[in-house]
Every structure is written in structure tokens, then in C-alpha cells.
Design a protein around this ligand. Structure first.
Ligand SMILES: [Cu+2]
Length: 166
């Protein structure tokens, strides 16, 4: 029975020691004056032995400062499938956010078409059964026109769409 309790206590001490050790590493020093010997902090404790007797409770002055986790960064990829046909795109308006990586898959329902967005140096072409895929980074806001860049018939010149970068 005693052995069991001792085991439990040892486990608790270990867990607690690890936890307090981690939090000590996260808060290295109070910002400000360079004098590290302010009174009241550590009472003569040798810092190299985390398994001491109840030392974990001594320095509980700044226990409530948990640094917020950094937000997940990096560009988000917006994927669109644009179907083209004589003489329109569907959808004809694409809205993204500045900084997005815009991935476009162009398909065609009849004859070869293309989609070009000169403001972003983007161009991709598609044939029936052979979609075209490309991507670009929407690195500036504004409203831009994209259009078909494969001669596809009488309405080719009016085959346009709109890209909105917010
Ligand atoms: Cu065309």
C-alpha cells in the first residue's frame, strides 16, 4: 500500500516538475531593469534540481501569462473551375482576397478556348476533354478583366469575365 502511494506521489512530482519546468522556460525574465537580484523571488533554490521538495509553488507569481499561439500563416489557395463555351465563361465573375493563390481549371464545352488575365501574367488554354490548369497570386486589389485568348468564333472578342481582388 505504501509503495503504491509512493509511486503515485513520484508520478505527480514528475508531472508537476515537467510542467513547471516548461513554464519557466517560456518566461525567461521580466522585461526592464537589468538587475536580476530582486528580492523575494527564488529563495536560495538550486535551479539544477527540478525534483526538489515543493519548489514548484514558490514561484507562482506569474502563472497566468500564457502567450497566444501564433496564427497559421501562409497564403490560402482558392480553386475555381471555369467552364467556357461560345461565348461565355461560367462563372463569369471570380472574387478572391488579396494574397490568395488563385488556381483555375478551365474546361470547355465545345471548341478550344482560353483564359487570360494580363494584369497577373496568367494564361491557360483548354480543349474539349483536355482542361487547362494554372495559378497565380492575386497580389493587388482591384477589378480586372479576363478574356478568351483562343479565336473561337464570331463572339470571341466579347468573351470576357471579371476578376475581383478584395
Ligand atoms: Cu475565344
Amino acid at each position: 500500500m505504501k509503495a503504491l502511494i509512493a509511486l503515485l506521489l513520484a508520478g505527480l512530482l514528475l508531472a508537476f516538475g515537467c510542467a513547471s519546468y516548461g513554464s519557466q522556460q517560456q518566461a525567461p525574465a521580466p522585461s526592464g531593469s537589468g538587475a536580476p537580484d530582486t528580492t523575494g523571488g527564488s529563495v536560495g533554490g538550486t535551479p539544477s534540481q527540478p525534483s526538489g521538495t515543493g519548489n514548484g509553488n514558490a514561484g507562482s507569481g506569474s502563472g497566468s501569462q500564457v502567450p497566444p499561439p501564433p496564427p497559421p500563416s501562409g497564403p490560402s489557395v482558392k480553386e475555381f473551375t471555369v467552364e467556357s463555351s461560345q461565348f461565355l465563361f461560367s462563372p463569369s465573375t471570380i472574387t478572391v482576397s488579396k494574397g490568395d493563390v488563385v488556381k483555375i481549371t478551365l474546361t470547355t464545352a465545345d471548341v478550344p478556348h482560353g483564359i487570360a488575365i494580363p494584369d497577373f501574367g496568367f494564361s491557360v488554354k483548354a480543349s474539349p476533354g483536355q482542361p487547362g490548369v494554372g495559378q497565380f497570386t492575386a497580389d493587388k486589389t482591384g477589378t480586372y478583366t479576363f478574356f478568351c485568348n483562343v479565336p473561337c468564333g464570331s463572339g470571341h472578342r466579347s468573351m470576357k469575365g471579371t476578376l475581383i481582388v478584395q
